[in-house]
Structures are given as structure tokens and as C-alpha cells.
Design a protein around this ligand. Structure first.
Ligand SMILES: Nc1ncnc2c1ncn2[C@@H]1O[C@H](COP(=O)(O)OP(=O)(O)OP(=O)(O)O)[C@@H](O)[C@H]1O
Ligand SMILES: [Mg+2]
Length: 339
């Protein structure tokens, strides 16, 4: 963080009345109390509005498997926004809250999906005007010469105004140390958070350990991101549930033997050392590959007639084939783009 940005912030803070409340939502506490307070709050949420933004939005959130602590935190954010509206209507003082966040989790644990849902929630609750998500990583922010990075970063912030700017693998911005242009990107983001207060929400995401290190290398950062969400790895059962849900959404059904085979494969893959397991993304890639394999199998089986509905729907164990090694898991050059 540069001295200029710090100085500007200090003088701005001195000039401003102390109105801003930082909401500290500790996901650790939420996780440990998830069984009681989490489900109670969510149950209360379910009992609350039967229409309107939350009701609509909750359906999408509920479709996600697991993530109890994330759902609980999201509900708290909704409650805060709703009560702020009621307070405003009643002529009570409305506090400006800080909604910038840190998402900590391994690949494929739902970070981008939740960020997209949050952007929509913020928009429907009137906090953000557009509710879109601009997802970037180091290469999008960092330029090749002095001044280039600040410009690139400012342009992306501009694009994200009214929505959410989601910086994936945020740690990579601090990787190169003081002389790296990544630092310029961080400084520019911090300044943008001041200049465009309440006009966008910044989410920094990454692997848990790396995010922790990133926060340690930038002492000014943690207080700017009062909301931290942890995205734990899914259990094998949750991954199977996710796979079955994804198949259902696409009008396919995994036959029981296919589920058993997938389970075996996921167990092996989770235990395989050497590359990070990509959780829900892994099962999605497995399913998409199985769908392609099923199409080829059916066409060979029924070269000149339509297979039965049952055949069209069923994914058999022989359709499930192990994915290529990590890094090439996106599969062949075509995809369904279900992100
Ligand atoms: N809890 C969940 N329930 C059902 N599907 C999920 C869940 N979490 C993620 N998915 C699905 O898994 C896929 C990957 O999720 P997403 O892209 O949100 O993960 P990510 O944490 O952003 O991954 P990465 O770190 O690799 O960018 C998406 O298709 C998403 O819909
Ligand atoms: Mg992502």
C-alpha cells in the first residue's frame, strides 16, 4: 500500500464523521454454531418473506449442496440489508456498511457461484445498481510497464462499478514482492475502494493458506475486508449429490452402478497426491465427459433410429471414464459452459 493512498485515506477519515460500521462476520463462529444458529436463522429466513428478492434468491442458494456456513453468512447479509431498509423507512439513521469480502477455498468449492449469487442479491436489495460480476485474475490487472497496471486495474474497476469485482487467486498479486507490478494493482484497488465507496463490492478469493499469507503481507488489508467466507472441500457424499443434481438439471439420470463407479473414482482422485482436487468442478467435468461418451455409445448402438427415452436419459457406468490429469480437466475443445 503506498504512502499516498494511506495519507489520502487518513485525511479522508479525519474529515468524515465516524459513521461507518465494519461488520465482522466470523465464519469460524458461524461454522461451529451452524447446527443451531445457522439452521435456525435459515429456517427463520424460510419463514420470512414468501416473495421478493430473498425468496427468489434463496431457492438458488438452497440448490447448492452443503456450504451451511456460507448460507448462514449470506442470510446475515440479507438481514442486515433488509433491516437497514426498514430503518431507513422509519426515518432512523442508516449506517454505511462495508461489504468487501474474502473467500477462502480450494478449487471448485463454489466461490465464483456464490459471488455471482451475492451480486444478484445486492442488486435486488438496492445496494448495487447493476449486480453483475467481473471476474479477474492477475494477468487481467497487471501490466507490463510502470503506470500500465494502474490503468488496467482502474479500467476493470470501472467495468465493475454497480457490481462485484471478483479477484481470483488474489495472492498472486503479492507474490513478486515490493518491485512487482502486482503491488501497484493492490494499491490501485485499495484506492478504488475509497474513491468508489459503495459503488462496487470487492471480493478477493484464493486457496486458504495463500489468502492467509496475502493478508499477512499487507497489514492494512484485513480490516478492509470484514466479511470472510470459508468454502470447505466437499465430502464424497456431497460430491455425489452435486453430480446427481447436475445430471438432473440436464435431464439425465446416473444409474446406480454409475453412481458407485463415480464414488470410486472420486475417492481415488481425492487421495491422489500431486495436484489439488478440484471438488465440484471435477464431478462436473466427469459428468460432461460421461454425457459425451453416452452420446457416442447411443449413436453406435442405434445408428438409424432414436433410442428410447430411458436410454436417452441414462448414464451408465461405462460412460464414466477417468479424466485426463489435472490441468487438462477442462476436457476436449468444446464444452457446455455451465459455470
Ligand atoms: N455447493 C454446490 N452445489 C452444487 N454445485 C456446486 C456447488 N459448488 C459448486 N458447484 C458447481 O461446481 C462448479 C464449480 O464451481 P465454482 O466455479 O463456483 O467453484 P470455484 O470455487 O470458483 O472454483 P475455482 O477456484 O476453480 O475457480 C460450478 O459448475 C458450480 O455450479
Ligand atoms: Mg472460481
Amino acid at each position: 500500500m503506498n504512502a499516498r493512498a494511506q495519507g489520502e485515506r487518513d485525511s479522508a477519515a479525519a474529515a468524515r464523521p465516524a459513521r461507518q460500521i465494519n461488520v465482522v462476520l466470523r465464519s469460524q463462529d458461524a461454522a461451529s454454531g451452524a447446527a443451531a444458529s445457522g439452521s435456525e436463522a435459515l429456517a427463520a429466513g424460510r419463514g420470512l418473506p414468501s416473495s421478493g428478492p430473498w425468496a427468489l434468491w434463496q431457492q438458488e442458494l438452497e440448490r447448492m449442496v452443503g456450504l451451511d456456513n456460507v448460507k448462514e453468512l449470506v442470510y446475515e447479509i440479507y438481514a442486515l440489508l433488509q433491516i437497514a431498509q426498514y430503518r431507513g423507512d422509519a426515518g432512523l439513521h442508516s449506517q454505511a456498511h462495508v461489504y468487501h469480502m474474502i473467500f477462502r477455498g480450494n478449487p471448485g468449492t463454489g466461490k465464483t457461484t456464490v459471488a455471482r449469487l451475492l451480486a444478484k442479491l445486492f442488486q435486488s436489495m438496492g445496494l448495487l445498481s447493476k449486480g453483475h460480476l467481473v471476474e479477474v485474475e492477475r494477468a487481467d490487472l497487471v501490466g507490463e510497464y510502470i503506470g500500465h497496471t494502474a490503468q488496467k486495474t482502474r479500467d476493470l474497476v470501472k467495468k465493475a462499478l454497480g457490481g462485484v469485482l471478483f479477484v481470483d487467486e488474489a495472492y498472486s498479486l503479492a507474490r513478486g514482492g515490493e518491485k512487482d507490478f502486482g503491488k501497484e494493482a493492490i494499491d490501485t484497488l485499495v484506492k478504488a475502494m475509497e474513491d468508489h465507496r459503495n459503488q462496487f463490492v470487492l471480493i478477493l478469493a484464493g486457496y486458504p493458506l495463500e489468502i492467509d499469507m496475502f493478508m499477512m503481507t499487507n497489514p492494512g488489508l484485513p480490516s478492509r475486508f470484514p466479511i470472510q467466507m470459508d468454502f470447505p472441500d466437499f465430502t464424497v457424499d456431497q460430491l455425489l449429490q452435486i453430480a446427481e443434481g447436475m445430471a438432473r438439471e440436464r435431464d439425465y439420470v446416473l444409474m446406480p452402478q454409475a453412481v458407485a463407479k463415480l464414488k470410486q473414482n472420486v475417492l481415488q482422485e481425492k487421495e491422489a497426491a500431486g495436484h489439488p482436487f478440484s471438488n465440484a468442478r471435477y464431478v462436473r467435468n466427469m459428468l460432461e465427459r460421461a454425457i459425451r461418451n453416452q452420446a457416442v455409445r447411443l449413436l453406435q448402438q442405434y445408428p438409424s433410429a432414436s433410442p428410447s427415452r430411458q436410454e436417452l436419459v441414462g448414464i451408465r457406468p461405462e460412460d464414466l471414464k477417468p479424466l485426463p490429469a489435472a490441468g487438462t480437466q477442462a476436457g476436449p475443445a468444446f464444452g457446455w459452459g455451465f459455470n
